[in-house]
Design a protein around this ligand. Structure first.
Ligand code: NAD
Ligand code: IPM
Ligand code: MN
Length: 364
């Protein structure tokens, strides 16, 4: 029997409130399906740690995390104490990069019981997978400020797209589409305006698409793509995008389904050379922290994705069953309530976690 080692990093703000519920449900599912999990909680990768030490993480963070099978991550950011680019480049963005978690997989789906702001559009359900490039593109540290403080001051920041980095995320998207009913990939681009990198990206996409004759595909400029997320979200299946475009689409997609409080994500190193990281799409939500009203479902669903990933290709295994049991419990809770405030209810964070954990356990 394998023991899976999981690093737990709750982070800041509501990360600290939703993490206990994620752990509650993941633990319940592991117990039911006989999966052995060993959790190690770390107090760093948080702005509180920064306030005490002047760093987001200890210098040996990589050694401490390298032997882990997965990282379960809440949210980082408390801009009153630490500027966001310092806290995020000192934690989450470092993990994505140094652990080569080049796929950020972010589902967005409608569920019975969750009112979409687009509910009156009268079209079919939303069920899309956003595949976000997670290690390069617009998120680069190459650049700087020149002539600072003078009227000639300029700032430059390079976007970097590598052939290897683009091809691997495009390939992942086409492979994912193979496993889905509609078998369609939409490639986000902006090759009309961003005249060097984006035409190049389009060409990489076209070449990849050529290897998948059974998959239909199209490319759309990011501006109209955003509009169509709102106007016709049901038409999307797999959507693949650069780091920044994927970031934007992965808040927009879940917002169209009702709330970003549901949206999970898997930051994956598919080769398993490094631990992968599972976290909600949302951040630390300082505006609601401390009230126990945050929706924990994004954290819980991310935990389900973590179990599924840990199980690997063993699609009949206990990890897959644990994933499916959690998702079923989420669906049933969404359909019947209780709901948190982001969905118009008045249940607490804890109540939702307890309700979902009970469903996961009772079904045994
Ligand atoms: P945010 O996602 O934290 O919050 C945006 C809005 O959504 C807020 O009104 C918040 O109350 C609401 N919200 C978010 N999660 C919710 C949940 N689970 N239940 C109910 N409502 C929820 O985004 P922001 O306000 O732009 O950022 C706040 C901080 O979080 C910043 O420091 C930012 O850098 C950081 N951040 C971190 C991550 C991450 O760690 N992955 C992601 C996004 C933002
Ligand atoms: C996300 C977040 C991060 C990102 C921020 C906090 C740096 O918005 O995970 O979507 O832009 O990737
Ligand atoms: Mn984001």
């Amino acid at each position: 029997n394998t023991t899976y080692k999981i690093a737990v990093l709750a982070g800041d703000g509501i990360g600290k409130e939703v993490m206990p519920e994620g752990l509650r449900v993941v633990t319940a599912a592991a117990k039911r399906f006989g999966i052995t999990l060993e959790f190690t909680e770390f107090g760093w990768a948080s702005c509180d740690y920064y306030a005490q030490t002047g760093n987001m993480m200890p210098t040996d963070w990589k050694a401490q995390l390298s032997g882990m099978d997965a990282i379960y991550f809440g949210a980082v950011g408390w801009p009153d104490i630490v500027p966001d680019h310092i806290s995020l480049w000192g934690s989450l963005l470092k993990f994505r990069r140094e652990f080569d978690q080049y796929i950020n997989l972010r589902p967005a789906q409608t569920f019975e019981g969750v009112r979409s702001p687009l509910a009156d559009r009268g079209a079919g359900p939303i069920d899309m997978m956003i595949v976000r490039e997670n290690t390069e593109g617009e998120y680069s540290s190459v650049g700087g400020i020149m002539y600072e403080g003078t009227p000639n001051e300029i700032v430059m920041q390079q976007s970097i797209f590598s052939r290897r980095g683009s091809d691997r995320v495009l390939k992942f998207a086409f492979e994912l589409a193979k496993t889905r009913a509609r078998k369609h990939v939409t490639v986000a681009t902006k090759s009309n305006g961003i005249s060097i990198s984006m035409p190049w990206w389009d060409a990489r996409a076209a070449e990849m698409a050529g290897q998948y004759p059974e998959i239909t595909w199209d490319k759309q400029h990011i501006d109209i793509l955003c509009a169509r997320f709102v106007l016709q979200p049901q038409r999307f299946d797999v959507v693949v995008a650069s780091n920044l475009f994927g970031d934007i689409l992965s808040d927009l997609g879940p917002a169209c389904t009702g709330t970003i409080g549901l949206a999970p994500s898997a930051n994956m190193n598919p080769e398993r050379d490094f631990p992968s990281l599972f976290e909600p799409v949302h951040g630390s939500a300082p505006d609601i922290y401390g009230k126990n009203i945050a929706n924990p479902i994004a954290m819980i669903w991310s935990g389900a994705m973590m179990l599924d990933f840990l199980g690997g290709n063993d699609s009949d295994g206990q990890c897959r069953l644990a994933h499916d049991a959690i998702v079923a419990a989420i669906k049933s809770t969404l359909a019947t309530g209780p709901h948190t405030a982001d969905m118009g209810g008045n249940a607490s964070t804890t109540e939702i976690g307890v309700a979902i954990a009970a469903l996961v356990t009772d079904a045994a």
